[in-house]
Design a protein around this ligand. Structure first.
Ligand code: 1GP
Length: 255
């Protein structure tokens, strides 16, 4: 027994990369991009410098669909494949890790902690590495805001975002994710990212609505350490916008 749960291999790898500057996660929805298409997207994204693949979506993805996407991606690329779950039903041992995340501003206790009590023994039995993360939905929140029954943090309410983020850190979570919602018309405001970054000691993940190099650059300058993009690859593949975002991440790392 140690006093603190040891950091697993995926988290250790992410922390090593973060020591060199910001990184990028590519979100793939296996319902929209199953198996081989998921693997092709992942291969292209990693070739352009993306550091991990998140697998998820906000509608019930089955264990089988998640499993076959994870397996195909792992055969294609050498970056962590991490489940971004919307419930215990999509957990699979084919992935490397799972964001073990509490939806901090949900009104539904299931999404704050109760589903986790059901999922934790499954995560343990599958041998999946849990990465503890506080997930905070900022307006407009989009589909995850609705499904997650959130009291979305207002876009001008950096003080609330800071409070939630710091509470997550003090509760022992190891990452905080500020989420504007997949497909949001604009990402989380840079002023909010800056306010949270200034207070937080753990890595800050930012996602939702990032579609251009300019938005990526603004968020990185404000202190975002992990940028997550999903819609842009689902809609446009690995085109110039995606490349532009990855170039900004590389530039922020000084590469
Ligand atoms: C959603 O933050 C992620 O959970 C990615 O958002 O699909 O808007 O890139 P987009």
């Amino acid at each position: 027994m140690t006093a603190v749960r040891p950091t697993g291999p995926v988290e250790s790898r992410l922390l090593r990369e973060l020591a060199g500057g910001p990184i990028h996660f590519t979100l793939i929805d296996p319902d929209k991009s199953p198996g081989d298409r998921a693997a092709a997207l992942a291969r292209g994204a990693v070739e352009q410098g993306s550091d991990a693949v998140l697998l998820g979506g906000s509608t019930g993805i089955s264990r089988e669909v998640m499993g076959s996407a994870a397996k195909a991606i792992k055969a294609a690329v050498d970056v962590p494949v991490i489940i971004f779950p919307e419930g215990p039903g999509s957990l699979t041992r084919e992935a490397d890790a799972v964001l073990f995340m509490s939806l901090l501003n949900s009104r539904n206790l299931d999404l704050v902690i109760r589903a986790h009590a059901r999922a934790a023994p499954v995560v343990r039995a599958l041998g999946l590495e849990p990465i503890p993360l506080g997930y905070l939905v900022v307006a407009p929140g989009m589909r995850v805001g609705e499904v997650g029954q959130v009291d979305a943090v207002g876009r001008d309410d950096s003080a609330s975002a800071l409070g939630y983020a710091l509470a997550a850190e003090y509760l022992g979570m190891r990452f905080v994710y500020l989420e504007a919602g997949s497909g949001a018309p604009a990402p989380v405001p840079a002023t909010m990212v800056r306010a949270v970054r200034d207070a937080l000691s753990i890595p800050l993940v930012v996602g939702g609505g990032i579609r251009s190099a300019t938005e990526a650059s603004t968020l990185l300058a404000a202190g975002a350490q992990v940028l997550v993009t999903g819609t842009i690859t689902e809609e446009q593949g690995l085109g110039p916008e995606f490349r532009g975002i990855l170039e900004e991440v590389r530039r922020a790392r000084g590469r």
